[in-house]
Each structure stands twice: as structure tokens, then as C-alpha cells.
Design a protein around this ligand. Structure first.
Ligand code: ADP
Ligand code: MG
Length: 255
């Protein structure tokens, strides 16, 4: 079985990147995969969904900026079996500035993850809502990319810039990078708007759009506050059923 590294990216905020990273990581771990969740967003929402802020000693920022810090010094266990976390802290925001002018800048994450790669079947990377060096690091370190897109007006806005960035990275820094799929989130089957938006996204991305869509769900908003994935927090909810379907689709496409 080979190891996959999946970046979750879209420079638009609020589209469901973090929610998808958390529940994809948790779902793959439930299916017996050894999973590492990497939090590359200074907001650290993934991190605080799994561990107590006070319990973090070193973060991914230290790993990426201090050569004396090693992967095993930073990685944390979560309460869920098979799921480890590379935690973020707000200090990660300083990384963009630090990497400017460093010729190894885009490769930092890839290099620092390398020693641990074989310990995991899947590495899921959450990214900030920008196309800066942090997101570039995630895309360089990954074999696959998932783009969550919110089913709302202007859904495709900005996706062209993201596609250009991915194209550039594929051509120069990481030929391996592959778009695994586009995930339609916060979908509301009852509204014509959502249906129209889905068709628009399909026109833009065709077969790359996952069959599974994620509905609007209050349960998905609530679960991080209880430090649980949707699968344990509300196992019968639409969010749990849909993210489980997404995990199956991801397994079929990536392995
Ligand atoms: N399917 C959904 N239904 C309802 N709320 C959602 C859904 N997915 C995400 N949210 C909520 O929307 C907000 C933004 O989601 P988040 O995953 O943090 O997006 P991003 O990481 O792209 O900024 C959060 O408050 C989250 O709980
Ligand atoms: Mg986020």
C-alpha cells in the first residue's frame, strides 16, 4: 500500500477546508489507515479541534524554521486511534516572511515530512486562505489536492488563480501533484441556487467533481467545539454520512 499526501486548498476562506481536513483525516483513520493531519493554518482550527492549546509544546512552525527540531518532537497523538497531528500556533503567520528569499523555501514542508512519510498511509494538510508560501509548501509536499468549493454565488471566483498556481507548481516544483477532486460544500439541495452552482462547478471541473456533496449542516459547525469529528459527534447526521462517502471516494481515487 502506498502513501498519499493530500492538500486541502482554496484561497477563499469559509469554504470548508478545515472541516474537510478534520473529517477526511478522522474518516481515513477509522478505516484503519495510519493518518497524519498537518495544520498549516495560523488560525489553528484543526489543531484545537483535536488537542488542548496548552498541551502544545512545539508546533509546525518550529519544525519548518529550526533545523534542530525534528518531526518526532512536534507530532502529537490525538484521542482517536491511528490519527496523529502536527499542530499549528498563531506564530505560523510569521512563516511567510521567513521564507521569502530562502531558495529552499517551497521545499521546507516536504523535506521535514520526509523522514515520517513511511509511517503514514495518508497525510492530510489543511492550508490557510491564501496562495502564499505556506500553501505552496503544502502543494509541493503533496501527491494530491482537494479543492472544496462552497455552493454559493461566485463559487468559482478565484479558482482560476488556484489552477494557475497548481499548474506552475506541477511544471516546476512537483510534477507528482494531481487534482484528486473538487468537493462541493454547504450544498442545499432544496434551493435552485445550489443546483445552479453545482452545474457551474461541474462545467468548470467535469469528472473531477466528487459525486459526494456536503450539505449545509449545523452539526458540522458544532463538532469541533466538542473536540470530535462528525463521526463520533453526530454519527447519524447528514455530515457524517456524506463525509464517510467522501472518504470512500477518496480511497478509490487515491489508492
Ligand atoms: N457543510 C457545512 N455546513 C454548515 N457549516 C459548515 C459546513 N462546512 C463548514 N461549515 C462552517 O463554516 C465555517 C467555515 O468552514 P471551515 O471549514 O473553517 O472553512 P475554511 O477552512 O475554508 O475557512 C465554519 O464555521 C464551519 O463550521
Ligand atoms: Mg480553515
Amino acid at each position: 500500500m502506498h502513501s498519499v499526501r493530500i492538500a486541502i486548498a482554496n484561497q477563499k476562506g469559509g469554504v470548508g477546508k478545515t472541516t474537510t481536513a478534520i473529517n477526511l483525516a478522522a474518516g481515513l483513520a477509522q478505516r484503519g489507515k495510519r493518518v497524519l493531519l498537518v495544520d498549516l493554518d495560523p488560525q489553528a482550527n484543526c489543531t484545537i479541534s483535536f488537542v488542548d492549546r496548552q498541551s502544545i509544546e512545539l508546533s509546525v512552525y518550529d519544525l519548518l524554521t529550526e533545523s534542530a527540531v525534528e518531526f518526532r518532537d512536534v507530532v502529537m497523538k490525538t484521542s482517536q486511534e491511528n490519527l496523529d497531528l502536527l499542530p499549528a500556533r498563531i506564530s505560523l503567520a510569521k512563516l511567510e516572511g521567513k521564507l521569502i528569499g530562502d531558495f529552499e523555501g517551497p521545499y521546507k514542508l516536504k523535506d521535514r515530512l520526509h523522514p515520517a512519510s513511511s509511517d503514514y498511509d495518508a497525510i492530510v494538510i489543511d492550508t490557510p486562505p491564501t496562495l502564499g508560501m505556506i500553501t505552496v509548501n503544502a502543494l509541493v509536499a503533496s501527491t494530491h489536492l482537494i479543492i472544496p468549493i462552497e455552493a454559493a454565488y461566485f463559487a468559482l471566483e478565484g479558482t482560476q488563480d488556484l489552477r494557475e498556481t497548481v499548474k506552475g507548481i506541477k511544471a516546476r516544483l512537483n510534477p507528482q501533484l494531481d487534482l484528486l477532486g473538487v468537493l462541493v460544500t454547504k450544498h442545499d439541495r432544496r434551493t435552485l441556487l445550489s443546483r445552479g452552482v453545482y452545474e457551474e462547478i461541474y462545467k468548470g471541473f467535469g469528472e473531477k467533481v466528487f459525486e459526494t456533496t456536503i450539505s449545509k449542516s449545523v452539526r458540522l459547525e458544532e463538532s469541533p467545539a466538542y473536540r470530535e469529528s462528525i463521526f463520533t459527534f453526530a454519527p447519524a447526521s447528514s455530515g457524517a454520512i456524506e463525509y464517510a462517502k467522501l472518504c470512500d471516494e477518496v480511497m478509490r481515487r487515491a489508492y
